[in-house]
Design a protein around this ligand. Structure first.
Ligand SMILES: Nc1nc2c(c(=O)[nH]1)N[C@H]1C(S)=C(S)[C@@H](COP(=O)(O)O)O[C@H]1N2
Ligand SMILES: [Mo]
Length: 306
């Protein structure tokens, strides 16, 4: 499933427009002065062009995105990750990519950052709990990484594992889930151009509570599929066990596609609350990405494969 990207683009589109214009305006002025005038945007750690896969919906604020989190390795309250995630050490960091691969190997975070052009992907994120946000991720297609290791013909699924070092993610001492946090995708879902590895948001590196230094984002699935702080990616022939379906197979299936017609056994999934808004809005099939992904599930009974 190869989708060609639009042609390479001019630097004027890679740099946020205002920064580019300002830069031209101040060309010739001292670099220090320019930096001072442009403020934090000028030193954005991760410049990236905005991908056409982005939604035009209003973005949630950085404050909202980085203070209302699920990251059970730091506790189960929404405020825990922002308060506790400072113990996570994001350098050095590497991700082992192995299993059904001709060229399995370990990638340092520095290599991962240079693997493919970074793009801004403004995606909706829908949590299975019934809330949603719009987040301007910075990342690159997971497919770009998987291609590097030459998946074999037996690679039917991809398994993801999060760091589980109790010194860095102390929540793994509590048995709320079976650690490490594990997730998985079918290979066609993993290779889909909407599926990204995010390394940043709002033009800067990821806050630790959002899964620094690298996390998965699968925008048409419930948020829990998007594993944070990944240390291992394994290609395999069989469907991998996943943390939430191990914890409660009746409530959380392997597919976990956002689906307003399949209720969670304990609550409806028909609507959601966008963080920052007062009234609930209707949840869209595949979180609004049906045009792009419905074809992946043709002929499947989505009430059975929830
Ligand atoms: N390792 C790990 N990844 C995780 C989780 C977690 O507890 N641990 N929570 C998931 C859930 S339930 C959601 S909704 C999203 C939230 O991502 P965000 O905090 O960046 O918005 O992360 C997902 N990834
Ligand atoms: Mo979630």
């Amino acid at each position: 499933m190869l989708i060609r990207y639009p042609d390479p683009i001019a630097p004027s589109e890679i740099t946020p427009r205002e920064v580019y214009l300002n830069r031209r305006q101040f060309m010739g002025a001292g670099a220090a002065m320019t930096l001072a005038l442009l403020g934090p945007t000028a030193s954005a750690a991760l410049p990236a062009r905005t991908s056409p896969y982005s939604t035009a919906e209003e973005k949630n604020t950085l404050k909202e995105i980085s203070s209302y989190n699920n990251f059970y390795e730091f506790g189960t309250a929404k405020s825990d990750p922002a308060e506790q995630a400072h113990t996570l050490k994001t350098r050095p960091w590497s991700v082992l990519v192995d299993g059904e691969a001709g060229k399995p190997r370990r990638f340092s975070i520095e290599e991962l950052l240079k693997l493919a052009p970074l793009e801004e992907r403004i995606y909706r994120l829908r949590c299975v709990e019934g809330w949603s946000m719009v987040i301007p991720w910075v990342g690159f297609p997971l497919a770009a990484l998987l291609k590097q290791v030459d998946p074999t013909s037996r690679a039917k699924y991809v398994a993801f594992e999060t760091l589980a070092d109790p010194a860095q993610v102390p929540g793994v001492r509590e048995r709320v889930l079976d650690w490490p946090y594990r997730e998985g995708l079918r290979i066609d879902e993993a290779m889909h151009p909407l599926t990204i590895l995010a390394v940043g948001l709002y033009g800067d590196i990821l806050p630790k509570q959002n899964g620094a230094p690298i996390r998965l984002v699968v925008p048409w699935k419930y948020g829990f599929k998007s594993s944070k702080s990944i240390v291992r990616i394994r290609l395999q022939e069989t469907q991998p066990p996943t943390s939430w379906s191990m914890a409660n197979p009746r409530e959380y299936g392997f597919y976990s596609n956002v689906n307003p017609t399949v209720d969670h056994p304990r609550w409806s999934q028909a609507s959601e609350r966008r963080i920052g808004e007062l009234f609930r809005r209707k949840t869209l099939m595949f979180n609004g990405y049906a045009d792009q992904v419905a074809g992946l599930y043709k002929g499947m009974d989505l009430k059975r494969f929830y």
